[in-house]
Design a protein. Structure first.
Length: 314
């Protein structure tokens, strides 16, 4: 049937590879010979006199009974053919062909199956796109309750640093710890690249800020040495444990000790960058899945919108 409809020997060989492999694995040698002979007969009928002949289709299709397949195997439907004798011309008679009036498979049924299947594929694809669009178009009401006052220690000079010191400029905040083996360094390098892109495209300098979640080990000297490895303008903040915890809670940062031993531990924490506008309000965030180019473009759009509204920076 496949050869008759498609007319491609390569397609038949590819399409029948799995059923034949299934039969071979389960010792169905007789069925393999009949299946191969059946396909070859179809191809010979296709090529005779350069025209399509009516192929000799199987009269009945049998499926393996339950329990035939081994436990744990997929219940794959193996097809076994039983053919009626063809006429003297080697072409199936009307009585032996299912493409006739009384056969189990008719062209009308096949056409209906194809139309129905195509319609279902189209419907599910349309519905998937519609739901995605609906989610994107959901209205945004208000601003997320993130951010707030904090009082930490500036690693550059050991002096007090509060949220008020960031007013008048856009700032990009990231919470992490200096003993982080890979994630924090990657994210800080991404911040460095993003703020340089914004300065290049908009002319405005974005202030990158690193806030420690591990004040027990991240003292002023440790943080100062750490941040200089990523960007010359990156500010590193630390402080008392209570102050660092309060700053993290203000921005809903999740963090906890992990893989703790007597000598060492890691900090499991959320990986998010927080964008703060010149008035100190939270305006956006960027996750680990966003690269430097995407972050830079988003911040540039925010800066241009700010200027378009007639607001000053600096």
């Amino acid at each position: 049937f496949i050869a008759h409809v498609i007319g491609s020997e390569e397609f038949v060989e590819t399409f029948t590879r799995f059923p034949l492999r299934y039969l071979r694995q389960h010792g169905r040698s007789a069925e393999i010979e009949r299946a191969v002979s059946y396909v070859h007969d179809l191809l010979e009928n296709e090529s005779r006199d350069g025209k399509r002949d009516q192929p000799h289709f199987p009269q009945r299709i049998h499926f393996p009974k339950r329990g035939v397949l081994k436990r744990g195997a997929h219940r794959t439907a193996a097809i076994f053919w039983e053919q009626k004798p063809s006429n003297s011309a080697g072409v199936a008679s009307e009585a032996s062909s299912p493409i006739g009036k009384g056969g189990p498979i008719g062209w009308q049924s096949l056409a209906l199956l194809m139309v129905t299947g195509g319609g279902l594929v189209f419907y599910f694809d349309y519905e998937k796109k519609r739901r995605k669009t609906a989610v994107v178009e959901l209205p945004s009401i208000g601003v997320a309750a993130l951010g707030g006052p904090f009082e930490l220690v500036d690693s550059r000079n050991g002096k007090k640093f509060t949220d008020k010191d960031l007013l008048g400029q856009y700032a990009l905040l990231y919470f992490g710890f200096t003993h982080c083996p890979d994630i924090c360094p990657d994210e800080l390098l991404k911040i460095a690249e993003a703020v340089d892109l914004v300065e290049k495209t908009s002319g405005e300098k974005i202030q990158p800020v690193f806030i420690s979640l591990d004040p027990e080990r991240d003292n002023v000297a440790q943080v100062r040495a750490y941040v200089t490895e990523f960007h010359p303008r990156l500010i590193g903040l630390t402080g008392a444990k209570e102050a660092c915890v309060a700053a993290a809670k203000a921005y809903r940062v999740y963090f906890t000790k992990a893989n703790q031993t007597e000598e060492d531990y890691l900090i499991d924490h959320s990986i998010i960058h927080y964008l703060i506008d010149p008035e100190g309000a939270f305006v956006g965030f960027y996750g680990k899945n966003m690269d430097a180019n995407a972050i830079g473009k988003s911040i540039t759009d925010q800066v241009q919108k700010w200027k378009k509204d007639g607001k000053a920076i600096g």
